[in-house]
Design a protein around this ligand. Sequence first.
Ligand code: UDP
Length: 412
Amino acid sequence: MLQEVHVGHKSLADYQSVVVKPLMEEIKELADSLRGKRVLHINATSFGGGVAEILYTLVPLMRDVGLDTDWRVIMAPQEFYETTKVMHNALQGNPVSLNPVQRETFEEQSRIASESLGGGFDFIVVHDPQPLLLRHFSGDLGANWIWRCHIDTSSPNQSLARYMLPFIELYDTAVFSMEQYVFSGLNIPTRVFMPAIDPLSTKNMALSPEDADYVVSQFGVDAGPPVMLQVSRFDPWKDPLGVIDAYRIVKKEFASVKLALVGSMATDDPEGWSFFTSTVEHAGDDGDVLILSNLNNVGNLEVNAFQSRADVIVQKSIREGFGLTVSEALWKIKPTVGGNVGGIPSQIKDGETGYLVDSVEQCAERCMWILDHPEESRAMGRAGKEHVRAHFLMPRLLRDYLRLFSEIGQAS
Ligand code: UDP
């Protein structure tokens, strides 16, 4: 079944002081021509992970500019999410693809969900593979269907790609975050635009150092010792174990350094629990490694506080569709060290807005340099913030969707 997600109100006018005027004007112009259009976003979870993060802001902003926009999540038994996690991993290159039983689960649950879709939409935006088959089971419903893939699909498992391709080709348009993610052989129009963060959300609004210190002190991190931080789901592709290894190298030089790993449990990520346990085991009994999640009441404000308090932020991913956490870190003027993969290099310009790394050793080395050079690192953080302002704030993403709607709406 498909369940409605309720979002709060947001006003585009509040963003005018954080982005440039021509962008705001373009949004207004595009929105005028789309006023009253019905838009539906569908994804797999309202909690945890980047897509939910984006929709909590994008949906209310679309409403604010005059589009009648809703957001629904696909609700299904646990086997469905286990299956779609296999798909997610295979799309990122894992050799294991769906077995026949999993395909059947995926198709049957998609069919059931499609029964509650209803009609009357102008644009239906389906995010990621979980709800992909809704288009197949629903017919076109007189809507423009957009498949928005957020995953790094630069080298997908070929058997899964072959299975998915005919279903993707039922869509009018597919949107990817980077050119190299576009499935080879995909025979429908495609677009490339990147995700964005909400600079005004509780997660990204400016927090004073005092407030940040106070919030993180509740979790046992005092003001003073240097803090390394990675914020991400407990997922092997995010390489928290590699972050712990890098921290251990840093610890030899900076004895007082602490590591915070903050990772939420997304409801559509059944692997999260077992990998959380492996991460805790890998950390052992080191009291300077803090492993926290939403289960410790680490919500958006707490993530903000950890990011604002950290001395160096790491996103040591092995695969990363985009990595909102990188923009979140740069927005807080933090020198950031990221894996040289997927969407991270578009945010981190090596040596300018942070450092890109390919190994644990390199990660440790860059973190140590940052801890040793606070002034230079802060200058890099400032450059990072302006880079995010120019490219990765929500009004730009809203503009990209409005452009897309207006172009495909006119064509249809
Ligand atoms: N996040 C969070 N709490 C956590 C871990 C992650 O709020 O404990 C958020 C993080 O701040 C970011 C999003 O979840 O906004 C993760 O998005 P990203 O694109 O980095 O990765 P994804 O999880 O989508 O692969």
